[in-house]
Design a protein around this ligand. Structure first.
Ligand SMILES: Cc1cc2nc3c(=O)[nH]c(=O)nc-3n(C[C@H](O)[C@H](O)[C@H](O)COP(=O)(O)OP(=O)(O)OC[C@H]3O[C@@H](n4cnc5c(N)ncnc54)[C@H](O)[C@@H]3O)c2cc1C
Length: 381
């Protein structure tokens, strides 16, 4: 899948940096514009980082502040994803999720969440008493629950593959094993420096779309943006998962979440499409990117899950995998929204940065793609 070597004479309309779910969704969306689009990816294939290390949940859009990009693009993306799955045969299940209050003060938090969801346009939330909760999920304990019927799970690998094939078949050139190592503004265009196995080469692009996930702040810095001033500095926040033994398979029918904590949604219970149960992710700020699961976290997972899953045993938990959130907020800081910015205001017309695309980035991907495609259309008109 590696593209051929290209020299400095190559000029493209759009260079996308990063072939995760966001870069691929954008490539798939702008492919219809019939422009010369190249996508550069440092790995040997697409979707090998955060986009294949997540819960694969189609979020409903409850938690985020009203009118934030996270809320708007999540809700729009949810609708588009369900449609896409139906049309393109991508596996999914709209199985619903229950947020569980295990303490009295958490019941009030559920009420607030319900109001927040409604303000965001999530109209179908249902409050559950402890009896109703028990009836729906006999293995789950709680004082009350909030049922979100529109939450689901998706085969994210099939979604990645769909976006890739769709873009590729419509002429987007994917260049793998190619790391962007420099971006220089050249009049109204950008010189993009690539390092691959054969050395360094250079492209000229009219528009650069930075969808580099965990490196997106560094790509912004390379292009000349003062990332400290812009508030673009990323912080890595690791999320680990533990799988539950096969005796738990197909025993629980919905996703089960605790009432949320600050950095993540709280260690929750997700299901795979074949009914396997998984706990996670936790949320730990880290300095470096490594995807090892720290076995010593098992006790924390066990204690967190026991609150709503009283029959769980310590031996049921097995370390599975980890992903890393590209967070704009440092530990303890308040909510930060996705950054999706055309940087003409700071002197970089044609540069579009996507930074801090953490959850619900998978759910929002088709809506993010439409949002960015509008920017691209404006640029070329
Ligand atoms: C633990 C966890 C759980 C999550 N759960 C969910 C969920 O259930 N539902 C949901 O909606 N969202 C979820 N998310 C969020 C979702 O996974 C992300 O928002 C999404 O995957 C981000 O995609 P991306 O394309 O921006 O990033 P990535 O997938 O990281 O892609 C970026 C790409 O850029 C490439 N790249 C980086 N630097 C360079 C360079 N210099 N040159 C060339 N290529 C480069 C990388 O190799 C990578 O392939 C979760 C995230 C985490 C971490």
């Amino acid at each position: 899948m590696t593209g051929g070597r290209t020299t400095i004479s190559t000029e493209v309309d759009v260079a996308i940096i990063g072939a995760g779910i966001v870069g691929l969704a954008i490539a798939s969306e702008i492919a219809r514009l019939k422009m010369g689009v190249f996508a550069f990816e440092k790995n040997h294939s697409f979707g090998l980082e955060t986009s294949s290390r997540n819960s694969e949940v189609i979020h409903s859009g409850i938690y985020y502040p009203t009118d934030s990009l996270k809320a708007r693009l999540c809700i729009e993306g949810k609708g588009l994803l369900y449609e896409l799955c139906e049309q393109r045969g991508i596996s999914y299940k709209k199985l619903g999720k229950i947020i569980v209050a295990t303490e009295e003060d958490e019941v009030k938090q559920l009420e607030k969440l319900s109001q927040q969801g409604k303000k965001n346009g999530v109209e179908d939330l249902i409050f559950l008493s402890s009896t109703e909760l028990k009836k729906l999920e006999p293995k789950i304990e709680g004082r009350a629950g909030l049922l979100s019927p529109s939450t689901g799970i998706i085969d994210s690998h099939s979604l990645l593959k769909f976006y890739y094939n769709h873009a590729h078949e419509r002429g987007v050139k994917f260049v793998f094993n190619s790391e962007v190592t420099g971006i220089e503004k050249m009049g109204t265009k950008y010189k993009v420096q690539i390092r691959d196995r054969e050395g360094i080469s250079t492209f000229v692009a009219c528009t650069v779309i930075n969808a580099a996930g965990l490196n997106s702040d560094q790509i912004a810095r390379m292009s000349g943006i003062n990332i400290a001033q812009a508030g673009y500095q990323l912080h890595y926040c690791k999320g680990e998962y533990f799988g539950l033994s096969s005796k738990w398979k197909n025993i629980i029918s919905r996703l089960v979440y605790p009432t949320p904590e600050q950095a993540g949604l709280g260690i929750h219970l997700t299901l795979t499409l074949d009914g396997k149960v998984r706990l996670g992710p936790n949320a730990r700020y880290v300095e470096t990117i490594d995807y090892e699961v720290d076995d010593s976290q098992k006790g924390v997972f066990y204690q967190a899950a026991r609150k709503f899953l009283p029959y769980i045993e310590f031996e049921d938990l097995e370390p599975e995998f980890a992903g890393i959130r590209p967070k704009l907020q440092a530990p303890g800081e308040a909510f930060r929204d996705f950054v999706i910015a055309h940087e003409y205001r700071v002197g970089f017309p044609g540069l579009i940065n996507l930074i801090g695309i953490e959850s619900p980035g998978l759910t929002a991907s088709p809506a993010i793609a439409r949002y960015v495609a509008k920017m691209v259309v404006e640029l070329f008109n």
